[in-house]
Design a protein around this ligand. Structure first.
Ligand code: C2E
Ligand code: CA
Ligand code: CA
Ligand code: CA
Length: 279
């Protein structure tokens, strides 16, 4: 009956409100975290497999909610993306990473690229190019030392937009890579039309190189394909010496992963950066 329906609704409503409230609280906390400076960046070194030298650092965000708790991006980036707060957070990441890289250069570290993850909202915002240009000017970082990573799935959402934006960024001299390559659905023709510098082979292929025998064939083919298109290949999630040797034997250009180093605090990354020769 109508009466029962009404009662059901009343019973159901409070839990709905609790969920919405929790979300709102987290959202509000994310906003405050940005204002209070509770976000920080860790940096994971990337090694040139030919020379054994550090060529880059990927900036990875963390949320230092209190003295003990360091929250991983998987726990807050999705909500930040849903609410659009990622645009402001992403701008903070760009600003912070470019400032840090400039500081490293001024401190005498061998020059390296700082790689930044872009989210779909940032990419679709329309003023990304303008923001990046402004931050480069302000920090004095040479564009060749900034790498922007967009995932294969973001790149494929609106191919024409992707090509337009990437062309502008590339014209500025910025290094561009396709992240999580192999997990999306880019075709050979779209890949050919994307003005990018490098493909980052997704870590799922590297992790299971030996457990899934076909992954060896996939990695081998992706490296050949990338090189055939004139691109560099970056392997992520390299955890063992066997994986590193295998990638080297295939001519993979750059490696990143726990075998080389975990993501490091700014201080630790600075120390690591000074030891430019890893092997
Ligand atoms: P991603 O861009 O694919 O980054 C690589 C992730 O793999 C990082 O996790 C890194 O710590 C982890 N990793 C690196 N080497 C290894 C390894 O050898 N083994 C294993 N098992 N894992 C490894 P993290 O830092 O938790 O970041 C997760 C994701 O969060 C990133 O995936 C990226 O999509 C997103 N993210 C991180 N920072 C930012 C940011 O500043 N902006 C945006 N939009 N997204 C970010
Ligand atoms: Ca990445
Ligand atoms: Ca990745
Ligand atoms: Ca990923």
């Amino acid at each position: 009956t109508k009466q029962q329906g009404k009662n059901n609704y009343q019973l159901y409503a409070p839990s709905m409100n609790t969920k919405a409230l929790e979300r709102l609280t987290l959202e509000n906390n994310l906003y405050k975290a940005l204002k209070r400076g509770e976000f920080l960046l860790h940096y994971q070194p990337q090694i040139d497999l030919n020379t054994g030298q550090i060529v880059g650092m990927e900036a990875l965000i963390r949320w230092q909610r209190d003295e003990v708790e360091l929250i991983s991006p998987a726990q807050f980036i999705p909500l930040a993306e849903e609410t659009g707060l990622i645009v402001a957070i992403g701008e903070w990441v760009l600003q912070t990473a470019c400032t840090q890289n400039r500081a490293w250069q001024l401190a005498g570290l061998p020059p390296l690229r700082v790689a930044i993850n872009l989210s779909a909202c940032q990419f679709q915002q329309g003023n990304l190019v303008q923001i990046v240009r402004q931050i480069l000017q302000q920090t004095g970082l040479d564009p060749q030392y900034l790498e922007l990573e967009i995932t294969e799935s973001i790149a494929m959402q609106d191919i024409n937009l992707t090509i337009t934006v990437l062309k502008e960024l590339k014209a500025m001299g910025i290094y561009i890579s396709i992240d999580d390559f192999g997990t999306g659905y880019s075709s050979l023709s779209t890949l050919r039309d994307f003005p990018v510098d490098a493909l980052k082979i997704d870590q799922s292929f590297i992790r299971e190189l030996w457990t899934h025998s076909s992954n060896k064939a996939i990695v081998k083919s992706v490296i050949a394909l990338g090189h055939g298109l004139g691109l560099k290949l970056i392997a992520e999630g390299v955890e063992t010496t066997e994986q590193l040797q295998f990638l080297r034997s295939l001519g993979c250009d750059v490696a990143q992963g726990y075998f080389i180093s975990r993501p490091l605090s700014t201080e630790a990354a600075t120390q690591f950066g000074f030891v430019s020769q890893i092997f």
